[in-house]
Design a protein around this ligand. Structure first.
Ligand code: DC
Length: 227
């Protein structure tokens, strides 16, 4: 079997992780794994069942009913299948962003999802993005990148994205939600968002998408020679 590579991309919401990782994965022929979507899907299931993201007893009771599958369409787009239903679009709302951030604090949820994430990386070369990929999920990743930008830049990007999807949102609300999520994701007790000691930090605040992708490719090429 040829060598399987793993590239870990971590960073706060709206730093451009998924757009950039998806583009680079396509070029490399690697599988792109969006781990935020996995947490969103767990949160979606709990919400559907009337369980709030802070209701640890309810989550403990229902977590084993969550049957998750990741599938990929011909464009390499990851689809989330929850108990047989494709929920890829349903998990992409501001409400689900908040729920995912809350639900992901719980140890039972993080433990439940760990193997799902690691198993993909055992079988395929991956670019995996999230909050704890370089620190917890794939500590031996071949390349680790910590992507960041100021909260205002990230909120502006997310605001545009939501408007383009036809969602009715205000910039001030997007900014406030992002600040709250940054705080929650970096201050939780288990696997908080932080830069791994061996990660390369890439601030995309002053770069457009094309420049950011080129910068990411250069880091990967310098480390493992592909790209
Ligand atoms: O990447 P995203 O914005 O779709 O992630 C949604 C939430 O899921 C995020 O606010 C925190 C949580 N998450 C996590 O705790 N660990 C990951 N590896 C990925 C996401």
């Amino acid at each position: 079997m040829s060598k399987v590579y793993s590239i870990a991309i971590d960073g706060p919401a709206g730093a451009g992780k998924s757009t950039m990782a998806k583009a680079v994965a396509k070029e490399l022929g690697f599988v792109y794994v969006d781990t935020g979507a996995i947490y969103r899907t767990v949160g979606y299931h709990m919400d559907l069942m009337g369980i709030g993201p802070k209701d640890i007893d309810g989550i403990n009771r229902l977590i084993d009913d969550v049957n998750l599958k990741l599938t990929y369409d011909e464009d390499g787009l990851q689809h989330m299948i929850l108990n047989g239903a494709d929920v890829t679009d349903e998990i992409r709302t501001p409400k689900m962003s908040k729920i995912a951030s809350e639900v992901s604090k719980h140890k039972v949820v993080r433990d439940f999802l760990l193997d799902t994430q690691r198993n993909v990386a055992k079988e395929h070369s991956v670019i995996m993005d999230g909050r704890d990929i370089g620190t917890v999920v794939l500590p031996d990743a071949d390349v680790k990148i910590f992507l960041t930008a100021s909260v205002e830049v990230r909120a502006q990007r997310r605001y545009k994205e939501l408007l383009e999807k036809g969602q009715k949102v205000q910039y001030a609300d997007v900014l406030r939600d992002m600040e709250e999520r940054d705080y929650q994701d970096t201050h939780r007790a288990i696997a908080p968002l932080k830069c791994a000691s061996d990660a390369i930090c890439l601030d995309t605040g002053d770069m457009d998408l094309e420049q950011s992708i080129e910068a990411m490719k250069k880091i990967i090429k310098d480390r493992i020679g592909v790209c």
